[in-house]
Design a protein around this ligand. Structure first.
Ligand code: CA
Length: 233
């Protein structure tokens, strides 16, 4: 299954999304990450599209209900499906999995979060990992080298535990994006992790002590964000 030695290059994604203001930047971001993107905007087009390596499926489509499209796609093939839901869609994780979806993301989402999910699903379903490109995340005076796992703030290096590092890198990958507690626990811990979410607060607290409390903002009742620095870096 995993052609081209598991690099994302040449992996074909079918994006089913009727809103061009979401689909356009999504396509640009995914293509920049090396994926080939076929974008269709109706359920009917999704069901007649060329076979893909993974499907990103919006649930709110103009013609056919997205969950029916999901079920239909699943009946005919084992292609991995990530469902895109709008906040407030009365659908939960269990129902999505029953439809045959492999994962889901809730709008609004960041492109980094989404490509991480795509890679994770491809890794799970193909038993091999398209590797994350080595890169250094820079947010203001915070620098996170993902290759050496070195973190510094204003030139001063900071020692983090592996979990603190993973949490910080996850938040810093999308400055300005509010990441929900659910998303963080799903992505940084384990998708099957249903323990008390207090663990997240404990890690946030220890991280704040090390990197500076003001760096990570709490969005009450939702989650956390690292705000975009004022100079837009
Ligand atoms: Ca839609």
């Amino acid at each position: 299954m995993c052609r081209t030695v598991c690099e994302p290059d040449g992996m074909r994604l079918l994006v089913v999304e009727d809103d061009p203001s979401i689909a356009e930047p999504l396509r640009t971001g995914l293509e920049r990450d090396g994926f080939e993107v076929n974008w269709v905007s109706t359920g009917a087009d999704a069901l007649t599209a060329e076979p893909a390596d993974l499907v990103l499926l919006d649930l709110g489509l103009p013609d056919i209900d997205g969950s029916a499209v999901c079920r239909e796609l699943r009946e005919r093939s084992s292609v991995p499906i990530i469902v895109v839901t709008a906040r407030g869609d009365e659908i939960d994780r269990v129902s999505l999995l029953e439809l045959g979806a492999d994962d889901y993301v809730v709008k609004p989402f960041g492109i980094r979060e989404l490509t991480a999910r795509v890679r994770a699903v491809l890794r799970r379903t193909q038993g091999a990992a398209p590797t994350e490109p080595d890169r250094t995340l820079v947010v203001g005076d915070l620098s996170i080298d993902q290759r050496t796992r070195k973190v510094s703030r204003a030139g001063t290096s900071i020692d983090l535990t592996p979990k603190e590092f993973a949490l910080l890198a996850y938040l810093a990958a999308e400055p300005g994006t509010v990441l929900t507690r659910e998303q963080i626990i799903h992505d940084v811990w384990d998708e099957h992790w249903w323990g008390p979410t207090k663990t997240l607060d404990v890690h946030i607290a220890s991280l704040r002590k090390k990197v500076g409390a003001e760096l990570i903002e709490t969005i009450r009742g939702v989650g956390f964000t690292i705000p975009e620095p004022p100079d837009g870096r």
